[in-house]
Ligand binder design. Sequence first.
Ligand code: MLY
Length: 265
Amino acid sequence: QNDDFQWEKYLEETGSLSAPSEYFRQSKIPPANDFKVGMKLEAHDPRNKTSVCIATVVGVTGARLRLRLDGSDNQNDFWRLVDSPDIQPVGTCEKEGDLLQPPLGYQMNTSSWPMFLLRTLNGSEMAPAAFFKKEPPKPPLNNFKVGMKLEAVDRKNPYLICPATIGNVKGDEVYITFDGWSGAFDYWCKYDCRDIFPVGWCNLTGDILQPLGSNVFVTRNTAKTQPPPSKAAQRSMQSPQNSAIILTHQTKKSGRPKPPGCPSV
Ligand code: MLY
């Protein structure tokens, strides 16, 4: 389904390795996503972590759900994996003796909340408990190495999963960089963060993997210690197989690559 980006070809062209799937806190076999648009569940409010709210599934993408908190607006949707600990069946909160909270940004008077809650749940379809999957265990160690390829959520555009590279490793953390994009979207995260996936994840789950950014200067791993090639050498480079040092890839959308460092928003 991803016609314009193929990992196999790209890994070969760049002479890079994909991070092994056991390095990630993700199920080796991605969880089934049985949720349907309109179903209700309980979710931790991403803007107010201690409160549990009612959310509606407003979209289903791969192993993820697009969620909207009932009583909130449509500008603060968020995405969660079906095996995220942030979501649970309706009734869980009450069973644990807690109260469902209005979301941050509840648009009506707080005094209307109990009635709002009754009305929003009345006659709604609640996601069955069996649809919620158990979160996979943490891998014991951070094994990621600089240069390894992966798929990662763009945190500024969290509906997007993109081809990415480990740019740095420090203790329990990894630095995620997006292939073909200048640094504006890069971020540090824990090695066991749920926003990073092994190569092939989108293909397995049916989520959409974004194409590379147009700022792609594919550097072969062997090139790191060598000076950049002369203009003449660049012109004579025919294929990624001959000892190409810097290959300029072009995406279909833009005719020529943007110079590095140009804004990519
Ligand atoms: N600002 C752009 C989206 C950029 C996405 C970059 N990711 C893929 C690293 C836009 O809103 O179109």
